[in-house]
Ligand binder design. Structure first.
Ligand SMILES: C[S@@+](CC[C@H](N)C(=O)[O-])C[C@H]1O[C@@H](n2cnc3c(N)ncnc32)[C@H](O)[C@@H]1O
Length: 196
């Protein structure tokens, strides 16, 4: 199965589908391995289902709701998840993550959808979390542009990276969370554990 996922990852990268960097993925998986109490996961940003499948493969008691706004991408994810035999535990919802409503509680939220919307996702899903739930955010460096805006001359990229920077600064100061910020892992991973 891991070989099949490696092939899918190579294919996704060839087709410019943004999938998580290897070291970021490894960090997330090792966090899941060392926290057996995590069983229910909500992922924002499915793409072709790679990170969802990898997380599901950590343990057979993990179930995942994963949200994807692009129907074509979601269709590929559903097919990949079915082929991997994980469709009884990984559920793809075609929706804007900010509009997804559920009364379920999740142990871990993996936030990897629209980078400029991270604050909105966090506040939206607070009601589905509890003191102890963990939020993991990817791409808080955004290829180094967050800290080095001179690396880009694209206005919309710069607008987005300014938002990421504001979000990063705010969550590091947010008293509701205990945070671990790892600028050196992947594209910048931040883990925020809700403490109140
Ligand atoms: C970085 S990719 C996700 C990669 C995936 N987590 C992985 O590592 O395999 C981000 C995905 O989020 C989706 N997306 C963007 N905005 C979204 C939104 N508002 N709601 C849900 N999904 C969104 C994009 O279509 C894209 O497929």
């Amino acid at each position: 199965m891991n070989n099949r996922l490696d092939e899918l990852k190579q294919q996704a990268r060839r087709e410019h589908v943004p999938v998580m960097m290897d070291s970021g993925m490894e960090y997330l998986l090792s966090y899941l391995r060392s926290h057996p109490e995590i069983m229910k996961i909500l992922e924002c940003g499915t793409a072709v289902g790679l990170s969802a499948m990898k997380m599901a493969m950590v343990r057979s008691n993990i179930t995942i709701d994963t949200l994807e706004v692009d129907p074509k991408m979601a269709e590929q994810a559903v097919q990949n998840i079915r082929e991997a035999g994980l469709d009884d535990r990984v559920f793809v919802h075609v929706t804007d993550a900010a509009l997804f409503e559920t009364n379920q509680y999740y142990d871990l939220f993996f936030i990897d959808a629209a980078k400029s919307q991270y604050r909105m996702y966090l506040e939206h899903f607070m009601k589905n979390s509890y003191a102890g739930s963990v939020f993991v955010f990817d791409n808080l460096n955004f290829h180094g542009i967050v800290d080095h805006p001179e690396y880009s001359s694209n206005r919309s990229t710069l607008q987005m990276t300014r938002k990421i920077k504001k979000f990063r600064e705010a969550i590091l100061e947010d008293k509701r969370f205990e945070t671990d910020w790892h600028p050196e892992i992947g594209d910048g991973i931040l883990l925020a554990k809700r403490i109140v």
